[in-house]
Design a protein around this ligand. Structure first.
Ligand code: R5P
Length: 294
C-alpha cells in the first residue's frame, strides 16, 4: 500500500520541513497553496498544521486545505493538530451560548477531516480513539513523558508526588498516584462573560518536605496553577514543578508562577519558550502503529 502524502504547514517547521505555503492577503484573508496537491488524488493524506496561536486564522487555513483535498479526491485525510482550540467550551452555561467545541469538531469533519490526531484534548479524559460530535479523534497523551521529565531532568526524583490541580486532568496523573484537587470555577462576573475565575480548590495532601509535580492538560492564564501552588506551599511542599501538555502562558503568568517555583515547563504542542519536551517522538511512535500513515 502506498504511503500517505504528508502535507506540512509552515507552522510545523520546528518539527518537519514545510511543503505548504500559507500567507495573508493585505486585508488579512488567508492565502493557501499546496504545491503537492496533484499527488493527493486517491491517496491517503496527513496534514500537519498547528491551530494555535491565531486560532481563528489557523482554523480557516485548515478548512481551505481540507476543501482542496476533498476537491482533488484524497482518499482518507488525517490532520495532526497538537492543540485543539475551542476544546474548553464543550458545555453551555448561559442561555444561547454556543458550545463551540462541537461546532469546530463538526466543521472539521464536514470539511473532510476523517481523523484528528491531537494531544491531551481538553474534553477527552483518556488516551486513544474517540468521537466528539461528528469528528473522529485520536487522543495522544503526553502525561507520562512530562512526568519522566520532572523526575529526571527537573530532578524531582522517583519518589515525587504527582498531582493535578483539576479533576479533568486526573487521567494524566492516574498512573502516578492519581491525586487531584477539586477545582470550582466562579460564576461569570460582570462583563467578563468570557472567563470564570478560579474559586475553591479542595484537597489536602500530605506533601510536607516532599517534591511535587503539578500536572495539567494546559496552562492558560495560570490561575489554576497559582491557586494549587499556594496550597502546596502552605502545606510545606519542598520543590514543586508545574507542567502541562499545552503551554499557552497568557498574561505573563510564567513570572507569577516563578514567585513560587522556577520549574515550569510544557511540551511543544504550542511553540513557546518553556517547551522542554517535544511531541515529535510520540508522533513518530504513533505513526509506527499506522502502517500507511507516516
Ligand atoms: C481546566 O479545566 C483545565 O484543565 C486547566 O486547569 C485550565 O484550563 C487552566 O486554565 P488557567 O491556566 O486559565 O487557570
Amino acid at each position: 500500500m502506498a504511503e500517505a502524502v504528508k502535507l506540512i504547514s509552515p507552522n510545523f517547521a520546528d518539527i518537519f520541513t514545510p511543503n505548504i505555503e500559507i500567507g495573508e492577503f493585505p486585508d488579512g484573508d488567508s492565502h493557501v497553496r499546496i504545491p503537492l496537491i496533484g499527488e493527493c488524488k486517491d491517496r491517503e493524506v496527513v496534514v500537519f498544521h498547528r491551530l494555535y496561536p491565531r486560532q481563528n486564522t489557523s482554523l480557516v487555513a485548515l478548512l481551505l486545505i481540507l476543501d482542496s483535498l476533498k476537491e482533488i479526491g484524497a482518499k482518507h485525510v488525517s490532520v495532526v493538530a497538537p492543540y485543539l482550540p475551542y476544546s474548553r467550551q464543550d458545555k453551555k452555561k448561559l442561555n444561547g451560548e454556543v458550545a463551540s467545541a462541537y461546532v469546530i469538531c463538526n466543521l472539521l469533519a464536514r470539511a473532510g477531516c476523517d481523523k484528528l490526531i491531537s494531544f491531551d484534548c481538553h474534553f477527552l479524559n483518556k488516551e486513544g480513539p474517540a468521537k466528539f460530535g461528528e469528528l473522529n479523534i485520536e487522543n495522544i497523551s503526553m502525561g507520562k513523558v512530562l512526568v519522566e521529565h520532572a523526575k529526571d531532568a527537573a530532578f524531582l526524583g522517583e519518589g515525587c508526588e504527582v498531582i493535578s490541580p483539576d479533576m479533568g486532568a486526573n487521567y494524566l496523573v492516574k498512573e502516578h498516584g492519581g491525586k487531584s484537587y477539586k477545582k470550582v470555577r466562579k460564576e461569570y462576573e460582570g462583563d467578563k462573560i468570557h472567563y470564570r475565575d478560579v474559586g475553591e480548590m479542595d484537597g489536602d495532601f500530605d506533601v510536607k518536605g516532599r517534591n511535587v509535580l503539578l500536572l495539567d492538560d494546559m496552562i492558560s492564564t495560570g490561575a489554576t496553577m497559582i491557586r494549587a501552588l499556594e496550597k502546596l506551599t502552605e502545606a510545606g511542599a519542598k520543590k514543586i514543578c508545574c507542567a502541562a501538555t499545552h503551554g499557552l502562558f497568557l498574561y505573563n503568568c510564567v513570572d507569577k508562577i516563578k514567585k513560587f517555583t522556577d520549574c515550569v515547563y510544557s511540551t511543544d504542542t504550542i511553540v513557546n519558550d518553556n517547551a522542554k519536551v517535544s511531541v515529535k517522538q510520540k508522533l513518530t511512535d504513533f505513526g509506527a502503529t499506522q502502517p500507511t500513515l507516516f
